[in-house]
Design a protein. Structure first.
Lengths: 115, 113
């Protein structure tokens, strides 16, 4: 079974520029998550989708961050405009269903550096 | 929100046993996960506990006490490849946060030869 795919793996931009990340979850996984992981910290949830609907975006800085999951499969996360403090690894994860024992599978992440 | 606490760093020698502790506070507890994360890589699932007790899986075991808000991950017969960050994560099913995981900062384990 193919894992969670993300691209690009690395991105360097200047502050105030825009950037977008792409995620393709494991086939058949209804739930998709975007996390932000700052160096030395654990992942922090930004947004959770169930199929193509948003379940939880309470931690998403909506003035600059946006995400969508058209057709309930692939997802994109956008930052516009970026700030220095957005430098982090952005992880996408997916989960099969709602059962509590289903673990989340993580993609390799996109390492963003904002200069 | 949740308050998940785990040690920042631990060291051990090859072949030894190490226990990584995690304490948490949450009112919507619905499971605790341990993930392993090597530097520059994605977290990978190690274990899941939702009931009190010990879950064993090869060299790794995880324990949970819900009344104490406490878990530990036990690694036996340590190998060099076990050097990684170990993340404790609590699932909270309250309200709109269905299935949401709250992660600790991670414990960086270094295994010496």
């Amino acid at each position: 079974e193919a894992g969670v795919a993300q691209s690009p793996r690395y991105k360097i931009i200047e502050k105030r520029q825009s950037v977008a990340f792409w995620c393709n979850p494991i086939s058949g996984h209804a739930t998709l998550y975007w996390y932000q992981q700052i160096l030395g910290q654990g992942p922090k949830l930004l947004i959770q989708f169930q199929n193509n609907g948003v379940v939880d975006d309470s931690q998403l800085p909506k003035d600059r961050f946006s995400a969508e999951r058209l057709k309930g499969v692939d997802s994109t996360l956008k930052i516009q405009p970026a700030k220095l403090e957005d430098s982090a690894v952005y992880l996408c994860a997916s989960r099969r269903g709602q059962s509590s024992y289903n673990e989340q599978f993580f993609g390799p992440g996109t390492r963003l550096t904002v200069l | 929100g949740q308050n998940i606490d785990q040690p920042t760093e631990m060291t051990a020698t090859e072949g030894a046993i190490v226990q990584i502790n995690c304490t948490y506070q949450t009112s919507g507890f619905n499971g605790l996960f341990w993930y392993q994360q090597h530097a520059g890589e994605a977290p990978t699932f190690l274990s899941y506990n939702v009931l009190d007790g010990l879950e064993e899986k090869g060299r790794f075991s995880s324990f949970l006490s819900r009344s104490k808000g406490y878990s530990y991950l036990l690694l036996k017969e340590l190998q060099m490849k076990d050097s990684a960050s170990y993340l404790c994560a609590v699932r909270d099913n309250r309200g709109s946060t269905l299935g949401r995981l709250y992660f600790g900062r991670g414990t960086q384990l270094t295994v010496w030869p």
